[in-house]
Design a protein around this ligand. Structure first.
Ligand SMILES: [Fe+2]
Ligand SMILES: [Fe+2]
Length: 155
C-alpha cells in the first residue's frame, strides 16, 4: 500500500527521536543505577523500553506504507554527567519530539492517512506524559533541593 511520502518522512523523523531516546534513557538508567538511584533507574529503563515499543510500531507502519526505514542520527549519544543534567537533556529530546509529532499529525490529516494519524496521536499522548514527568522531577529538584531529591531516589 503506497503511502504519502510526506507521511513516511514524518514517521522516519519520529523514528529518529525514538531510537535516540531509547539509547539516551538506557544510558541514563545505567548511570543512575551505578550511582545508587534505583528509583530513577527503574523509571528511565521503563521509558527506554517505551521508546523501543514506539520505534517498533513506527517501523512496522513505514513498511506497510511501502516506505523505507531511514532514521537519522539526532545527536551524540552519551549520558549527561549529573541527574539534573540528565533530566534537562531528556526534556530537550522529548520536547523536540512533541513539536515534531504535532506537525506530523497535521501532515497525516492532510494526506488523509488516518491510521498513521491515530498512531502518532497515541504516541503524542505518551510523550506529553513523559514531558510532564520530567517537569515534575525538575520541579522537585527545585523545591526539595538537590540533596533531598537525590536522597529520595535511592530506594
Ligand atoms: Fe516515543
Ligand atoms: Fe518518551
Amino acid at each position: 500500500m503506497q503511502g504519502d511520502p510526506k507521511v513516511v518522512a514524518g514517521l522516519n523523523e519520529y523514528l529518529s527521536f525514538e531510537l535516540t531516546g531509547h539509547r539516551q534513557y538506557l544510558i541514563h538508567a545505567a548511570m543512575c543505577r551505578h550511582w545508587g538511584f534505583a528509583r530513577l533507574a527503574g523509571i528511565q529503563d521503563a521509558y527506554s523500553a517505551e521508546e523501543t515499543q514506539h520505534a517498533a510500531r513506527i517501523a512496522t507502519r513505514i513498511l506497510m506504507l511501502d516506505g523505507t526505514i531511514a532514521p537519522r542520527e539526532l545527536g551524540a549519544i552519551g549520558g549527561a554527567a549529573t541527574v539534573p543534567d540528565q533530566l534537562a537533556r531528556d526534556r530537550g529530546l522529548v520536547g523536540g519530539a512533541i513539536v515534531h509529532l504535532r506537525a506530523a499529525i497535521g501532515d497525516c490529516e492532510q494526506g488523509r492517512d488516518f491510521v498513521s494519524r491515530d498512531l502518532l496521536r497515541e504516541m503524542l499522548d505518551d510523550e506529553e506524559r513523559h514531558l510532564h514527568w520530567l517537569d515534575t522531577e525538575l520541579g522537585l529538584v527545585q523545591r526539595l533541593g538537590l540533596q533531598n531529591y537525590l536522597q529520595s531516589q535511592t530506594g
